[in-house]
Design a protein around this ligand. Structure first.
Ligand code: FE2
Length: 178
């Protein structure tokens, strides 16, 4: 996986920000996601913690073009495009796969989502950990898994509750190894 220092990741984020205010707003969120993701990553054997750090900082870069609201589900794929242009395909994958518990081709077809008909599911441990940490963070506040389950139940329904519980078990399983 490509190497990017924390300083390089922040410089990249700033360069793509349309304004200082939007940079500051996003930074508060991604800093918290980074802290949670790095803490989890350190407890999982075989995880590239440095990659988790830079990728967590960049996971929402597409938000600069698709802020919360209409079409915001496209912020993952847009962030992927931006980072591929920067020569960062592994970081791009994190953008593309971090939304919720990942979005499958079947989700896209069934729900008519405005996305290419492909799987956008986190696959590597690093991708899963960032998606999981992002779910645990409400803007810049860390929550617990019960909060996440509750939110998924209200917003997305039981199928997604099952999927977020699976994600929780998967990550906790890695953390239990040592
Ligand atoms: Fe996020």
């Amino acid at each position: 996986m490509e190497k990017l220092s924390e300083q390089q990741a922040l410089a990249l984020l700033r360069r793509h920000a349309p304004s200082e205010a939007s940079y500051d707003l996003l930074l508060r969120h991604v800093q918290t996601v980074k802290e949670v993701a790095v803490r989890i990553a350190r407890q999982c054997p075989g995880v590239d913690v440095d990659f988790v750090r830079s990728a967590a900082l960049l996971h929402d870069i597409g938000r600069f073009r698709y802020p919360p609201g209409k079409g915001s589900i496209r912020h993952g794929i847009e962030g992927g495009k931006m980072l591929r242009k920067e020569g960062l395909p592994a970081h791009a994958r994190v953008c593309e796969t971090h939304i919720g518990v990942g979005i499958s081709r079947e989700d896209i077809e069934k729900q008519g989502l405005p996305l290419p008909k492909e799987d956008f599911l986190p696959q590597t441990k690093e991708e899963v950990i960032i998606s999981y940490a992002d779910n645990l963070v409400a803007y810049d506040v860390e929550k617990d898994i019960d909060y996440v389950i509750d939110r998924f139940r209200k917003e997305l329904g039981e199928e997604y509750v099952r999927r977020v519980k699976d994600q929780h078990r998967l990550v906790r399983g890695w953390m239990d190894v040592r």
